[in-house]
Design a protein around this ligand. Structure first.
Ligand code: CMP
Length: 138
C-alpha cells in the first residue's frame, strides 16, 4: 500500500550541510521515496519529551531529549509504496556500532555517531506515522 512516514534528520547530521544534501539526494534518487513535506524545526525539551512519550522512563530518555532539543532537525514526510519499511531499511537498526559491526551500508552505519546520536528517525507503523506526522506538521 502507498504509505506516508515521518523521517527525521537529527542534530548531529545537520551539523554538516554536505551530509544533509547527500542524504536527501539518496532518499529521493536511490531509495525512490517521494518527499511530500519538508520542514526545518527546532524542538524544546517539552516537545522532544512528548514526541518520544513511548520512551518515558527508559534509562536513555534524558540523553535522548537533551540531544533532540540540542539543535535543528529536518522533518521529511516521505510517501510511496511501503514507505515505512523502506525508510527503516535505509536507516538500518538503531545502534550505529552494531550496523557497522555487521558491515551494512545503512545510513546509520555511515553517519551515526552513538546509540543516542544516531542521525535518523523513522516511524515504525502506520499508526505511529500518523501520530508523528500530525505532531510535526500539526
Ligand atoms: P529513534 O529511532 O529515533 O528512537 C528512539 C531513540 O532513542 C533512538 O532513535 C536513539 O536516538 C535513542 N536511543 C538512545 N539509546 C538508545 C537505546 N539503548 N535503545 C534505543 N534507542 C536509544
Amino acid at each position: 500500500a502507498v504509505e506516508a512516514t515521518l523521517a527525521l534528520l537529527k542534530p548531529d547530521l545537520l551539523a554538516d550541510a554536505r551530509r544533509v544534501q547527500a542524504v536527501e539526494w539518496e532518499i529521493r534518487e536511490r531509495h525512490g521515496l517521494a518527499v511530500a513535506g519538508r520542514a526545518e524545526l527546532m524542538w524544546t525539551r517539552a516537545q522532544a519529551t512528548a514526541f518520544y512519550a513511548e520512551h518515558h522512563g527508559r534509562p536513555f530518555q534524558g540523553r535522548l531529549v537533551g540531544y533532540m532539543a540540542s539543535g535543528p532537525l529536518i522533518a521529511l514526510a516521505l510517501a510511496g509504496p511501503r514507505a515505512i519499511a523502506r525508510w527503516r531499511a535505509a536507516m538500518g537498526a538503531t545502534r550505529p556500532a552494531v550496523e557497522r559491526a555487521n558491515a551494512t551500508a545503512s545510513l546509520r552505519a555511515r553517519f551515526g555517531l552513538t546509540d543516542t546520536r544516531n542521525s535518523f528517525h523513522g516511524s515504525d507503523s502506520p499508526d505511529t506515522a500518523r501520530r508523528e506526522l500530525d505532531f510535526t506538521y500539526e
